[in-house]
Design a protein around this ligand. Structure first.
Ligand code: NAI
Length: 524
């Protein structure tokens, strides 16, 4: 299916933040663009604003002056809806209200030609539901741009029950031609990104609520170990708690109260208090002029480590060993001595290596978290002084790592573990003994949600991963990340989390369980 020809007139309705950005994208791609807003003067003001913005880009040498002129020449403000009769594509970006959108599209059906594609930029309403009132719902589709539309590459092309496949395919090709990274999604609550991203916020919020660490420590770990651009607290402070909480509530309600999407009481309290984040001067952090710099907890050791012993295969954490060796510490290797857990839980009993690789340094035993509490795992495996470390995106380059330890760990043994990680160039941040630590459980839950979205036919594995990389800048797609960790390990983490909490929130996706049972990867 080919992209719409650039001679096709694109109409954009709603000249707010999104509409103005989408109009700019279409005009820059070469289409004549008609911009309409029900507020008199809003469309022409938006085009003037774009002129100023593009002027700044010209001044900085980022845009050719002729391109600015050509883009502006293609943008036309129109006062009356009737003037959109020539459009071949209408993109609606008005207020997020079902009745308002339905009423608008009913009017457009009477104005536009029969082959005009009607599209909505809604981020939370059902495409199927908006289309239900239309005479020709097959030409109606969702085109969900991300904010700011000219900058963010992702566009979710959302098909409702009635959307004709060729309409979705044509808009997909068109978004590509506009320089975007489109993905196909079927209309379901949150589409891809707003659904799969929920655990990113939820797991940090939950760990804060359970006293695992302070916000600043959790944020630092998500950035410097997880490789995310921001941690959940600084990001929700930026988005605004009213907005982020509303999205979570709408997804939770839309999935009939599935506990996976349960909103957080501590975020609700911030909304109730009017602490909406940066925009109100206070959220999880304080943004006032006299605000103190948040303190990130760290453990430091004065010990010098000469050698350590590794038993078994550390899998994803293998890069840590090269790093330890590169810092002059002798690493000797031995086969695993640890017996599989009597519960048979780790790795669901499928991978005998899972969770049984350890690094011994002095009295301490270090291991990558498998979702069990440190004290539980120490007991299961008859280990003493067990120190668990968290997942890192790349152990070779991570700046920080989170650790927790079993209740019987002596301060001296913990110090030895910290000294080893510190000697390898890592800053060590403590977490309480919580299942799955922070980065591992967040990534496992992101992958789990991604797997369920694929299982339920919302999108392909490739499109889910692309959406999360391009829509919310994740350093890796959750499914590819789960493949790198090992689907068996991810399943073990989820099984162990579910056992620790006894909640359906952590139930593994059938797709993940099936993938492990079939011995393949999520991206196969
Ligand atoms: P906005 O409030 O900045 O702009 C909406 C504009 O629509 C206003 O200028 C308003 O006067 C106009 N409008 C309202 N009702 C109208 C009608 N019946 N006919 C014509 N114009 C009308 O809103 P924003 O943020 O640009 O969002 C627009 C749409 O895009 C919403 O559906 C929203 O859910 C969606 N969206 C928003 C994102 C965001 O980050 N702000 C991201 C992705 C989608």
């Amino acid at each position: 299916m080919s992209a719409l020809d650039t001679s096709v007139v694109v109409a954009v309705i709603g000249a707010g933040a999104m509409g103005a950005g989408i109009a700019q994208v279409a005009a820059q791609a070469g289409h004549p663009v008609l911009l309409h807003d029900s507020r008199p003067g809003a469309a022409s003001a938006a085009i003037e604003g774009l002129g100023v913005q593009l002027g700044k880009r010209v001044e900085k040498g980022k845009l050719d002056p002729a391109q600015r002129e050509a883009t502006l020449a293609r943008l036309h403000a129109v006062q009356a809806l009737d003037e959109l009769a020539d459009a071949g594509l209408v993109i609606e970006a008005i207020v997020e209200n079902l009745d308002a959108k339905r009423e608008l599209f009913a009017r457009l059906e009477a104005i536009c030609t029969a082959d005009c594609v009607l599209a909505s930029n809604t981020s939370s309403l059902s495409i199927t539901r908006i289309a239900a009132g239309l005479a020709r719902p097959e030409r109606f589709v969702g085109v969900h741009f991300f904010n700011p539309a000219p900058v963010m590459a992702l566009v979710e092309i959302v098909s409702g029950l009635a959307t004709a496949p060729q309409v979705a395919a044509s808009l997909y090709a068109t978004a590509r031609a506009w320089g975007k990274a489109p993905v196909h999604a079927s209309s379901s609550p949150g589409f891809i990104v707003n659904r799969v991203a929920r655990p990113f916020y939820a797991e940090s919020l939950r760990l804060l609520q359970e006293g695992a660490a302070e916000c600043a420590t959790l944020d630092a770990l998500m950035r410097e170990a997880g490789g995310f651009r921001m941690g959940a607290f600084e990001l929700t402070d930026l988005i605004g708690h009213d907005v982020n909480y509303a999205v979570t509530c709408s997804v939770f309600d839309a999935y009939y109260g599935d506990m996976r999407f349960q909103p957080s009481l501590i975020q609700a309290a911030l909304v109730d208090a009017g602490r909406l984040g940066r925009k109100s001067g206070q959220g999880f952090y304080d943004y006032g002029p006299s605000a103190a710099r948040p303190v990130v907890s760290e453990l430091r050791s004065g010990l010098r480590i000469e050698a350590c012993e590794v038993e078994g295969d550390l899998g994803i954490a293998q890069g840590l060993l090269a790093r330890i060796e590169a810092h002059g510490i002798k690493v000797s290797r031995a086969p695993s001595r640890v017996e599989p857990a009597p519960t048979g839980r780790c790795g669901s009993g499928l991978d005998p290596r899972c969770g049984h690789a350890v690094i011994r340094v002095g009295d301490a035993v270090l291991a990558l978290t498998d979702g069990r509490l440190a004290s539980q795992r120490a007991r299961d495996e008859g280990l003493h002084n067990l120190v668990l470390f968290d997942l890192a995106l790349d152990y070779a380059t991570a700046g920080r790592i989170g650790i927790s330890w079993s209740a019987d760990t002596t301060p001296a043994a913990r110090d030895q573990a910290v000294a080893l990680l510190q000697a390898a160039g890592l800053v060590v941040s403590p977490l309480a003994d919580v299942p799955g630590l922070l980065v591992m459980r967040t990534v496992a839950m992101l992958a789990n949600e991604a797997a369920d979205a694929v299982l339920q036919g919302v999108a392909t594995a490739a499109d889910v991963d692309l959406a999360m990389r391009k829509g919310v800048n994740y350093p890796q797609g959750p499914l590819a990340w789960a493949d790198a960790i090992g689907p068996t390990q991810v399943l073990a983490v989820l099984d162990n989390l579910q056992a620790a909490y006894g909640e359906s929130r952590y139930r593994p996706s059938l797709l993940l369980r099936r993938t492990v049972a079939e011995g393949r990867a999520l991206h196969d």
